[in-house]
Design a protein around this ligand. Structure first.
Ligand code: ADP
Length: 182
């Protein structure tokens, strides 16, 4: 059995967390890894149904996803978690927990794109609604996002292609000996 790890995608809404993690999943499967994707939206529809968007609830949501990551990582699964996870402290807690299961197995991937680009992209029309005041507590509009200070992988999802970003993550996993080099 290969050893598990957690790829933790953080970033603003529309920054590419779902896109990059779902592009990576089949590539990792092809490399014979057992893979699970924990997408923030899916988690909120299932595990975190009653949670809202206060700091407390966001942190609780991250803690729940982190706990799942810990279990899966411990059991040899390549776990891809995609959640805005706006607060540094909560992300750090997950790093500690997953890292305790296996040293170096937590890899924070920062999907970084300027707000202006995201407002233009806005595939789901969420920024438009948030800016119009129809959605409250929207990260980057009227709710904070604490940028990672020292992410393991820093993706420029506005300036580089999806393929390039996927390649960057794969390279980081190879560098850390979390997946075999091709
Ligand atoms: P998030 O999961 O962070 O909310 P999504 O993955 O749902 O973001 O949306 C990102 C959008 O940006 C998609 O429409 C995607 O096609 C587009 N996009 C353009 N370039 C990139 C890139 N380099 N990385 C990720 N997404 C990109």
């Amino acid at each position: 059995m290969s050893s598990g790890f957690t790829l933790w995608f953080t970033g603003l809404s529309g920054a590419g967390k779902t896109t990059i993690s779902s592009a990576l999943a089949p590539i990792l499967m092809e490399r014979q890894l057992r893979v699970e994707v924990l997408d923030g939206d899916v988690i909120r529809d299932n595990l975190s149904t009653r949670l809202g968007f206060s700091k407390e609830d966001r942190d609780e949501n991250v803690r729940r996803i982190g706990w799942l990551c810990e279990l899966l990582t411990r059991n040899g699964i390549a776990t891809l978690a995609a959640a805005i996870s706006p607060y540094r402290e909560a992300r750090f807690e997950v790093r500690q927990r997953v890292g305790a299961a296996r040293e170096g197995s937590f890899v924070e991937v920062f999907c970084d794109a300027p707000l202006d680009v995201l407002k233009d992209r806005d595939p789901k029309g969420l920024y438009k609604r948030a800016l119009a005041g129809e959605i409250k507590h929207f990260t980057g509009v009227d709710d904070p996002y604490e940028r990672p200070r020292d992410p393991d992988v820093h993706l420029d999802t506005a300036g580089t292609s999806i393929e390039h970003c996927v390649g960057q993550v794969l390279a980081a996993l190879e560098e850390r000996d979390l997946i075999p080099k091709t």
